[in-house]
Ligand binder design. Structure first.
Ligand code: C5P
Length: 398
């Protein structure tokens, strides 16, 4: 319930993505938000006020000059009530009118009359989005402190392909959760390793593992939302870089170590979340190895331990490791904490299906020198936020 008691004024304008507004209301409510809706006249051609009224549990206004609506919560009151105003979908037309400072409809008036932050989620035909007029309007709004989220690119309702799809309601919801997250890590520089490493065998083959990078990316996203300056040193994964995060792409453990050590002296916090390959091929072949023999043997040697190397530095950041275990989790985790000289270790039991490796949820037991805390199974985003809160509290108390 990361949006508990947050008051969201949702402005829905007239595009085909208006139907996603209905789902967005539900997703926001799932997180505890209170949602009130204003619609443009155009939006009523795509979705009825009655639908949105039933979902939000409040009357839905479309008309600025509606005496009945003004008897309830008037347009100025609505604008003042909001903790955040979200325009989703925001058409090219409504974006232009907000930029011009017009107060010709409830949506535009709410944007003018509010002192809450305003988030714009554009949704339109890709050519309309790319048109210089729309681009200038968005740039102008961004300069004035409006927040622009999206659009996504892909296939559009009109059959064209390109940028202009409204972000998915779940994505908007997650971004709002970040938006309201307490800034416990303001002023902190944090480096996170994530994903697998790839250890080359020859120019076309490598050894790797199934790490998805989801936990490390969730940590990076949550840390940025909590006000930290985040560097993500990432092995090859199929994930988008979280907003505001600096990402450095690497392949091998050696490359990961090199990138980490280049900037480690500047960091306040280091979290080793990557599934670093334990071994690398001793002699990487220059040319593709031919399959002439029935058997083949690879001579392998240990990779450097990135986490332990960071923890050995004289001036070292608050250093956090992960321990993926299948048995005796607490014992092995505490042993790793001491052996690698860590400040904290987050242990997970990867033998439990749907948790840890490659899954969307996780549960951790976090250990430090003189304490421990269990974080019950939850989404990796929620677990990331809880782990970072623990880290922030440990730093504050030390
Ligand atoms: O020793 P083990 O691989 O179980 O330790 C896991 C922790 O150490 C993780 O935090 C992982 O990111 C880190 N690690 C590392 N470099 C390695 C091996 C593990 O940074 N070569």
């Amino acid at each position: 319930m990361n949006l508990k008691n947050k008051k969201v004024l949702l402005g829905i304008s007239g595009g085909i993505a208006a139907y996603k507004g209905a789902d967005l209301i539900r997703r926001l409510q799932d997180q505890g938000a209170e949602v009130r809706v204003v619609m443009s006249k155009g939006a009523t051609a795509f979705i009825t006020p009655l639908t949105l009224q039933a979902l939000s549990g409040h009357p839905v206004s479309t008309d600025l000059l509606d005496p009945a609506a003004e008897m309830g919560m008037g347009h100025i009151e609505l604008a003042r009530w909001a903790d955040v105003v979200v325009i989703a979908p925001a058409t090219a037309n409504v974006i232009a009118r907000i930029n011009a400072g017009m107060a010709d409809e409830l949506i535009t008036t709410a944007c003018l009359a509010t002192d809450a932050p305003v988030v714009i989620c554009p949704a339109m035909n890709q050519q309309m989005y790319l048109n210089i007029a729309t681009q200038e309007n968005l740039a102008n709004l961004s300069r004035r402190g409006y927040t622009i989220w999206g659009p996504d690119a892909g296939i559009q309702a009109c059959g064209e392909v390109g940028p202009g799809r409204m972000l998915q309601p779940l994505d908007i919801c997650a971004r709002l959760e970040q938006f309201f997250a307490p800034k416990l890590l303001a002023g902190q520089k944090i480096m996170i390793t994530a994903g697998p490493t790839r250890e080359a065998i020859d120019p076309v083959r490598y050894i790797s593992n199934h790490s998805s990078g989801k936990m490390g990316y969730a940590l990076a996203q949550a840390a940025a939302a909590m006000g930290a300056e985040v560097t993500l040193v990432s092995g090859p994964v199929n994930l988008a870089t979280p907003a505001g995060v600096t990402r450095i792409n690497v392949e091998s453990a050696e490359q990961m170590l090199h990138s980490v050590m280049q900037d480690i002296a500047q960091q306040h916090i280091f979290i080793g979340c990557a599934a670093v390959a334990d071994y690398k091929v001793k002699q990487v072949a220059d040319q593709k190895i031919k399959k002439s023999n029935a058997h083949m043997q690879l001579d392998m040697e240990r990779n450097p331990d990135i986490l332990a190397t960071v923890a050995q530095q004289q001036q070292r950041p608050f250093t956090v490791g992960f321990a993926a275990e299948t048995q005796d989790v607490a014992h092995y985790a505490m042993d790793k904490l001491k052996r690698k000289n860590l400040d904290m270790i987050a242990a997970n039991d990867v033998s439990i299906a749907g948790q840890g490796f490659n899954a969307d949820s996780n549960a951790l037991t976090v250990f430090w020198q003189d304490g421990q805390q269990a974080l019950a199974v939850a989404s990796k985003q929620a677990i990331a936020q809880q782990l970072l809160t623990l880290i922030a509290n440990r730093i504050k108390s030390s």
